[in-house]
Design a binder for this molecule. Structure first.
Ligand code: GTP
Ligand code: SPV
Ligand code: MN
Length: 617
């Protein structure tokens, strides 16, 4: 088929006017404009934000929130990532892993082209050139991309989540080295979401650095710089080049105001398990004069060792936050609220909206929903005042979110855009686990740390369709974003981190252990979590010793400085001990889990057997 469109003359002048000079990008735009049948092409720059916002308000795609914030509602069957519909495709069957849903690219590319052909007819195709890195980063050559999207609110989200403008792709050293990220929304009302006739496909053709997503306008399904490029594609690139790791990790700094010491902690918790909250956290009241937490990132960290100094570095490739709204309030996360205040330009998605007062609300924002239902619409747009008596369904979708730029976060680190990244002292793993996992256990051995990440097990959350509450393994919190086989992933981890002259300390944390009788959380969580992280960096610095156990070093209660916390002694004891019987049962499940990964490095198996032996199972 001839992919030159009839309006190619127009297109050339549109691209000229936008200053888009990269010939390979121009060719790519022309190809997809013709294939999708878009009526118009528009090149987006971050500076276009105000105009695009106004257009979206005029079209009713956005609604105003307070002064200078916005509301968007997504189609009611399009409110989370769809893991079953997400595929990694390559030309090499050896790239098939356990969780990456591998398919041959020879099958997926024609399928997606077929779905996308003519599917943007009558619409504008926005060309969004972006960079997933601070400019000047040593990993910059893996960071450039161009998202093509037929959805204006996706372009507006991209402006908040990534660095956007043609200058990011005009002068690439290798002009072809941008990720080709094509997003076509499709006819959302006729895609059979969640049925056997589901039409949606979210495909990363990793060995061609091409992303083809069809059938959604929500979050990670549609903002392609974020998890499709920032995690799946980048993880594949990091492995193939041998240079780096791309992980679903938050990244924070801890500063000791008295001594000036600084520590950096990166860590993976599965989706909707507390990364954003932790990275934005304020020090607990009683420690606030002494320590502060600096925010670097809430969802993605790229990690590498600089050959010049042999140190492990980390950086957040994103420009913004796409955070979970539920339970965000003045107590749990005042920083997040500050980052979405009037004038921040934040976009709220699928929370409850008041069309009279232009306020937003979500479960946990205040203990009770607003008393006067006048004007309130739930996340589906249905008036609260017209609900049947006794209808207790949530006002906001449990995966409703806010989108805001990093610079809006009040505790953002001064050097958050430093292209050199920051030195990493500790790597933590955690998730929602109602029993077994103590508050924190530190691991000083690399293979055992990697083993711990691979066996991260947690309760599933609403961030993906239809799986809330089930316990499942989520290696390094990357299960939904894994792009190559897990055994190779483990080997690559060992290889990259081993290069570091100063090895990071690993730890497993759990803020979610519950009382088996009444189900209350044994640990207060949120701001208090800093106490566990402080203990960890003190352990690395030799300031505390902890007590050894079969599954790592545990804190002694007094090392956590809990005097001002009103914590029942029984709860404290439970979160600082290892339940041997439960752990031995767990070791059997782990064995089964790891057996899925053909060719796992022997060091990982050795770590597994060592832990089992030390437990006495
Ligand atoms: P993604 O953006 O989906 O990758 O999620 P995330 O890991 O950044 O999750 P986030 O920090 O947004 O937390 C999600 C949910 O966990 C929210 O409802 C929080 O209120 C809750 N949460 C976070 N930290 C804690 C904690 O320490 N204790 C308890 N009990 N809940 C927490
Ligand atoms: C997640 O689900 O882990 C997210 C949100 O961070 S999304 O961008 O939709 O993937
Ligand atoms: Mn995430």
């Amino acid at each position: 088929m001839d992919n030159r469109s009839d309006n190619v003359v127009d297109l050339e002048s549109v691209l000229d006017e936008a200053g888009l000079k990269n010939a390979q990008v121009r060719e790519y735009v022309a190809h997809w404009a013709a294939l999708t049948g878009a009526a118009r092409v528009e090149v987006v720059d971050a500076a276009d934000d105000a105009r695009l916002v106004q257009e979206a308000l005029d079209a009713g795609e956005l609604l105003p929130v307070g002064e200078g914030c916005y509301y968007s509602r997504s189609y009611h069957l399009d409110t989370a990532r769809s893991e079953e519909r997400t595929i990694v495709a390559t030309g090499n069957p050896e790239d098939k892993g356990t969780y990456n849903n591998w398919r041959p690219s020879s099958e997926m590319k024609p399928l997606l082209e077929g779905l996308m052909r003519g599917a943007s007819a009558g619409k504008t195709m926005y060309v969004v050139p972006y960079l997933m890195a601070p400019p000047g980063s040593p990993l910059e050559r893996y960071a450039a991309g161009v998202e093509l999207t037929d959805c204006r609110t996706v372009a507006l989200h991209m402006i908040r989540m990534a660095r956007v403008g043609v200058h990011h792709i005009n002068d690439l050293q290798d002009p072809g080295s941008f990720v080709r990220a094509v997003h076509v929304t499709g006819d959302l009302e006729n895609l059979g979401q969640g049925t056997p006739e589901d039409q949606r496909y979210f495909v990363t053709v990793a060995d061609e650095r091409t992303i083809l997503h069809y059938g959604s306008s929500y979050g990670g399904n549609a903002l392609l710089g974020k998890i499709a490029h920032g995690l799946r594609q980048a993880a594949y690139d990091g492995w193939r080049s041998g240079e780096f790791l791309a992980e679903q990790f938050m990244l924070l700094g801890i500063v000791d105001n008295e001594t000036g010491e600084r520590y950096h902690v990166a860590g993976g918790f599965p989706s909707a398990s507390g990364k954003t909250n932790l990275a934005m956290t304020l020090a607990p009241e009683s420690l606030g004069d002494r320590y502060r937490v600096e925010f670097y990132g809430d969802d993605i960290t790229w990690l590498w060792v600089d050959p010049a100094d042999g140190r492990l570095y980390g950086m957040n490739p994103e420009f913004g936050v796409f955070g979970v709204a539920k339970d965000t309030n003045e107590i749990t996360n005042p920083t997040a609220l500050h980052s979405v205040q009037d004038g921040s330009g934040a976009i709220f998605t699928n929370v409850a909206y008041n069309e009279l007062t232009h306020e937003v609300w979500w479960e946990g924002r205040t203990p009770q929903p607003p008393a006067d239902p006048a004007g309130w619409l739930d996340w589906k747009g249905l008036p609260i005042a017209e609900r049947e008596p006794g209808d207790e369904s949530p006002w906001a979708h449990p995966n409703s979110r806010f989108t805001t730029t990093l610079a809006n976060v009040p505790n953002v680190a001064e050097d958050f855009e430093d292209p050199r990244g920051v030195r990493i002292d500790a790597i933590i793993f955690g998730g929602r686990t109602r029993d077994r996992e103590p508050l924190i256990r530190a691991i000083t051995d690399l293979p055992e740390g990697v083993y711990d990440g691979l066996t991260l097990g947690a309760e599933a959350t609403f961030a993906a369709d239809g799986v809330d509450g089930q316990l499942r393994y989520d290696p390094m919190s990357m299960r939904p974003f894994m792009s190559y086989p897990e055994a190779k992933y483990a080997a690559h981890w060992l290889d990259v981190i081993r290069r570091a002259s100063d090895q990071p300390v690993f730890a497993h944390v759990n803020w979610f252990q519950r009382d088996p009788e009444d189900g209350h959380f044994l640990w207060p969580g949120y701001r208090e979590n800093l106490r566990a992280l402080l203990w960890l960096v003190w352990l690395k610095a030799g300031k505390v010793t902890g007590v050894p156990s079969a599954v790592g070093v545990l804190p002694q209660a007094e090392e956590l400085h809990l005097d001002d916390l009103d914590l029942p002694q029984a709860d404290l004891e439970r979160i600082l001990t290892v339940d041997i019987d439960r752990w031995c049962q767990e070791m059997g499940f782990r064995e089964e889990h790891l057996r899925q990964f053909d060719g796992l490095p022997e060091e990982i198996w050795e770590a597994h057997r060592r832990v089992a032996r030390d437990l006495g199972c």
